[in-house]
Design a protein around this ligand. Structure first.
Ligand SMILES: C[S@@+](CC[C@H](N)C(=O)[O-])C[C@H]1O[C@@H](n2cnc3c(N)ncnc32)[C@H](O)[C@@H]1O
Length: 285
């Protein structure tokens, strides 16, 4: 059987008891290592599980999935996913491939950033579509997220923005020369995301949000050093929330008084918070 096991959000101890039992008895254990990272090294996991873990990069999962599935009709293979196996990462293609090969599948859920973001005090019921923000380059600044934010904003909902992760990236030169040399991993910060949001508004100029709109930055959700900061996009463009992973929430107009009171405690500056809040939020229609 193929077991997709959620690892939760922070460290090796966030795996569930059921997940750990599977990991201990599986023939091979893979760790999906490109859509999210745990806040500890792979060696910590291996020590805790008492067995080796094979890192599965995008190439292996997307092109070499039959290697992962080899033998899973007779033995147990564990495929570990940070967060929840189906939370903001769709491993449905792996499950479909397993089904095609007549291999049974089992999913062990866990906490996801999609639910963990509730630690900000914003109610999960009040979120609209989740969007992703990729690293802009000089010539490539995709803004499809902007239209989704608009749809959410039109009905007053918050938008969770998940931030780009670049692992196993090759420079143009290494790519052109076919050299398998990889750049160091990069994880987008709340500050980079906030400034790209402002840049996009400046380009599109459709008033979906503004440089003085409020957003919530969340870093290392679920870890002991989790950090939450609230401010205008302009303010967040220069905050330092430390080590990855980071996420950002654009505040929706229909913010409830309780949500406001809760997030205000994380304000970079209470005066700018109150001013922006008065200008744009707390309205139900
Ligand atoms: C593609 S999603 C993968 C989500 C994962 N499968 C889950 O269920 O949480 C990865 C993005 O979620 C966000 N994220 C994941 N874990 C996080 C954490 N502990 N704290 C803050 N953001 C997190 C980051 O923006 C990261 O780039």
């Amino acid at each position: 059987m193929l077991h997709l096991v959620g690892l939760g959000l922070a460290d090796e101890k966030d795996i569930t008891v059921r997940g750990l039992e599977i990991v201990k008895k599986a023939e091979r254990v893979y760790l999906e290592a490109y859509t999210a990272i745990l806040l500890v090294d792979k060696s910590k996991l291996e020590e805790f599980y008492g067995r080796p873990v094979i890192e599965a990069d995008r190439e292996l999962v997307e092109s070499g999935s039959d290697d992962i599935l080899a033998g899973a009709d007779k033995t147990d293979i564990a495929f570990l996913v940070v967060g929840d196996p189906f939370g903001a990462t769709t491993h449905t293609d792996l499950v479909l491939r397993a089904r095609e090969l007549g291999i049974q599948t089992n999913v062990v859920p866990n906490a996801s950033i999609m639910s963990g973001i509730g630690c900000t005090g914003l109610q999960l019921y009040n979120f609209g579509q989740t969007v992703s923000m990729v690293f802009f380059t000089e010539n490539w600044k995709p803004s499809s997220f902007y239209d989704k934010v608009r749809e959410n904003a039109q009905i007053g909902l918050h938008t969770l923005v998940l931030l780009d992760i670049k692992v196993k990236e090759q420079s143009m030169e290494n790519l052109a020369r076919g050299r398998r040399i990889f750049e160091p991993p990069r994880y987008m910060t709340v500050a980079q995301c906030a400034s790209q949001l402002v840049e996009t508004e400046e380009t599109r100029q459709e008033g979906v949000y503004h440089a003085d709109s409020l957003a919530v930055g969340a870093a290392r959700v679920g870890a002991p050093d989790q950090k939450i900061v609230v401010g205008t996009l302009e303010e967040l463009s220069s905050v330092d929330l430390g080590a990855p992973l980071h996420s950002l929430v654009l505040l929706g107009r229909r913010t409830h008084d309780l949500e406001r009171d809760y997030i205000r405690q994380f304000a970079v500056d209470e005066k700018t918070f109150d001013a922006s809040y008065q200008k744009y939020y707390g309205h139900s229609t």
